[in-house]
Design a protein around this ligand. Structure first.
Ligand code: ARG
Length: 459
């Protein structure tokens, strides 16, 4: 097929170059956005009198028809076309003849593609945000049911201090809230239209960029034509925001994998969200969480692809930039795919409270509270710390816990110990006493949930 730009060439492009150059196999997914952009452009061309308004109307009707036919499947992509932009323009010309050829007046594929990706990603950000928000809301719902579910809090993966499962879940909700903020910041900066930048140096036609900007729902046109066509920082920013979401999901997945193991047994995944082994009949594997953790690496790869692709490009457009699409599309697809299964997996998991409580009872996680008991009775913290350490040592040697050690053993080390020490070191007391802002106490977590729900409502 003859190229639209064939005029200055004496030979046809080698078929291997044609295949190598072609992007329709992956940019075809932007057809709706390409058509939206072209309709706005044609509207502007008609309104400004750059083309005859009657022809502008015909072009708009033609594009609308192509959109309907692509949506219904009546029309499919010509894989010989160089890219989605060329395909749609060629199809329009096939349908309208010379009128179709007027669409590309005062426009280049460079501003066209820079526009299309923004339009496409703007919609994707909305979808990702809705999924992240739904997960954060699920966390609030689950946390509300577990404000008194005692579990060990960890540092270094060693049992550290008592917290509640609700408190733990709300930590992730806070991460996701910041993720929503990052997505919205990215979307805000992305919301400027490069249309009218032309190939690189704008145009001599009296275009109206404010008009196309408002027709397409942008905040403003970009201010420099070289920048408008040649930066992909918005893809990089989005890939970074998505990478951070994946990092959070991956940490959470790691915990879900640990919690599902026989060693922890804090949760049991629903059968619909776990898989078996082909040889070991007893296995119930947390594949979903593992895949989310695994796919995080590939999303980081997408971010690095974009950063590396851009780092040495002279202004303005370079064909290297065609590589932006597969990377950012993969990042977007992957995070959506992960969230689609992650949220219901979490929602349907059985929370094994008794096992969490039993694990919390084993690691001396009330030792800090034991020391604090002495401090409240007037002992300096360092002395109280030492005495408690000695008590823990005695427990370890005798196979006891601080709760089961007799009062006499306490009294031998300090006369300040009374029977009420056992109440002070009860795990429930320890967790519920931590009522400071952000802490695991029931009222504190309830406040966190209420605060979170209010913040989420803004998205
Ligand atoms: N398919 C191209 C891309 O994705 C469209 C822009 C082509 N521009 C050009 N000057 N060859 O980047």
């Amino acid at each position: 097929m003859a190229k639209m730009w064939a005029g200055r060439f004496k030979k046809e492009v080698d078929s291997r170059v044609n295949d190598f150059n072609s992007s329709i196999s992956f940019d075809g997914r932007m057809y709706r956005h390409d058509i939206m952009g072209s309709i706005a452009h044609a509207t502007m061309l008609g309104k400004t009198g750059i083309i005859d308004p009657a022809e502008s109307e015909k072009i708009i009707a033609g594009l609308t028809g192509i959109l309907a036919d692509l949506d219904s499947g009546a029309l499919s992509f010509d894989m010989e076309a160089e890219d989605i932009h060329m395909f749609i323009e060629a199809e329009l010309t096939k349908r309208l003849g010379d009128t179709g050829k007027r669409l590309h007046t005062a426009r280049s594929r460079n501003d066209q593609v820079a526009l299309d990706i923004r339009l496409y990603l703007r919609d994707e950000v909305k979808e990702i945000s809705a999924q992240v928000k739904a997960l954060a809301e699920t966390l609030c719902d689950m946390a509300a049911e577990h404000t008194e579910t005692i579990m060990p809090g960890y540092t270094h993966l060693q049992r550290a201090q008592p917290i509640t499962f609700g408190h733990h879940l709300m930590a992730y909700a806070n991460m996701l809230l910041r993720d929503l903020g990052r997505l919205s910041d990215t979307a805000g900066r992305m919301n400027e239209t490069p249309l009218g930048s032309g190939a690189l140096a704008a145009t001599t036609y009296p275009i109206d960029r404010e008009l196309t900007s408002s027709l397409l729902g942008f905040d403003a046109p970009t201010q420099n034509s070289l920048d408008g066509v040649s930066d992909r920082d918005f893809c990089i920013e989005l890939a970074a925001a998505i990478s951070t979401i994946m990092m959070h999901l991956s940490r959470f997945s790691e915990e879900i994998i640990l919690w599902s193991s026989w060693e922890f047994k804090f949760i049991e995944l629903d059968d619909a969200y776990a898989t078996g082994s082909s040889i070991m009949p007893q296995k119930k594997n947390p594949d979903v969480a593992e895949l989310v953790r695994g796919k995080t690496g590939r999303v980081y790869g997408d971010l690095v692809t974009l950063l590396s692709m851009m780092k040495s490009l002279p202004l303005a457009y370079n064909k290297d930039m065609q590589e932006d699409k597969e990377a950012i599309f993969d990042a977007v697809d992957t995070v959506k795919l992960c969230l689609t299964t992650f949220t219901p997996m979490l929602k349907t998991a059985r929370i094994l409270k008794e096992n969490m409580r039993a694990a919390a009872a084993k690691g001396f996680i009330n030792a800090t509270d034991c020391a604090d008991y002495l401090v409240k009775k007037g002992m300096p913290f360092r002395d109280a710390y030492k005495i408690t350490g000695t008590l823990v040592g005695i427990c370890v040697d005798s196979g006891k816990t601080l709760e089961t050690l007799p009062l006499s053993a306490y009294k031998e080390l300090s006369g300040l110990f009374e029977a009420d020490v056992f109440d002070a070191i009860r795990l429930e007391t320890c967790a519920m006493a931590r009522g400071a802002l952000g802490g695991p106490a029931r009222e504190s977590v309830e406040r966190q949930i209420a605060w979170m729900r209010e913040k989420l409502a803004a998205y």
